[in-house]
Design a protein around this ligand. Structure first.
Ligand SMILES: Cc1cc2nc3c(=O)[nH]c(=O)nc-3n(C[C@H](O)[C@H](O)[C@H](O)COP(=O)(O)O)c2cc1C
Length: 235
């Protein structure tokens, strides 16, 4: 809780600026490089089509973003980026960039929980959810997980951790034998300890430590860094 209080001032400014910054300040990214990785899709249930084959299996890009879980358009949500004139959740934007390079299928993790669209309310709401160790239930499901060998998993840093829906995600799905590639966006904390947490939650998966992590401000311009990172990973 001390961390939360300490971070609150910075975060309030940042997160609100974030929502205001749809226009995405174009600073140079603290971007991309080796920290973590992955991605999404949006319908209540989808059976992924065509993913790119790697090592015999397809690629899934699963992601969570507040912008697709607040019951409002991305632009009215607590956080989004302006990517080529289109408002979208930052993790959605990153997931789509990964998809452009890998041909993987997108999967948007969506919850029954409707998250506050107001930035300040979302910050408090997420803190309470974390304190309660909540497991928000899903309205979207991966129906054909067996088809996938490689799962990019993307999430924002919330209070130095993954949003609680990611805990539901790793509880609900067994990624044994698969490769998990994390990617995230943040406002300074990068991955915090989330890659280690994922490895603990999925002990029989290979969790790539060289994930992709980028400051929220740099998301609109992340495509080049993502391409380089994927190249280094062998995609
Ligand atoms: C509830 C909440 C908590 C956050 N906590 C942190 C944090 O601890 N560290 C950090 O660097 N950024 C934090 N942020 C900023 C987000 O990680 C950042 O805005 C991210 O890009 C949001 O992605 P999205 O727009 O796809 O939801 C927080 C944002 C929210 C809304």
């Amino acid at each position: 809780m001390a961390f939360k209080k300490k971070y609150a001032a910075v975060l309030m400014t940042a997160a609100l600026a974030v929502s205001l910054s749809a226009c995405g300040a174009e600073e140079s990214a603290d971007s991309g490089s080796a920290d973590s990785s992955p991605a999404v899709e949006e319908e209540a249930s989808q059976s992924a089509e065509a993913g790119t084959q790697t090592g015999g299996g397809k690629i899934l890009i699963a992601y969570f973003t507040a912008a697709e879980n607040s019951g409002v358009d991305a632009e009215a949500s607590a956080s989004y980026s302006d990517v080529n004139g289109e408002a979208k959740g930052r993790m959605q934007a990153l997931a789509e960039m990964i998809q452009a390079e890998t041909g993987g299928d997108l999967f948007s993790i969506q919850t029954e929980e409707v998250y506050p669209a107001d930035g300040g309310d979302l910050i408090d709401y997420a803190a309470d959810e974390q304190d309660e160790d909540a497991r928000p239930e899903f309205t979207t499901q991966i129906e054909n997980l067996d088809d996938y060998d490689t799962i990019f998993v993307g999430f924002p840093n919330w209070w130095g951790d993954m949003p609680m829906p990611l805990y539901t995600f790793f509880d609900e799905y067994d990624f044994s034998g698969k490769t998990i590639i994390p990617f995230n966006s943040h406002n300074g904390s990068r991955f915090s300890g989330t890659i280690d947490t994922i490895a603990e939650l999925e002990p029989d998966a290979e969790v790539i430590e060289d994930g992709f992590s980028i400051n929220e401000r740099d998301v609109p311009d992340a495509a080049g860094d993502i391409a380089s990172w994927l190249d280094e990973l062998g995609f």
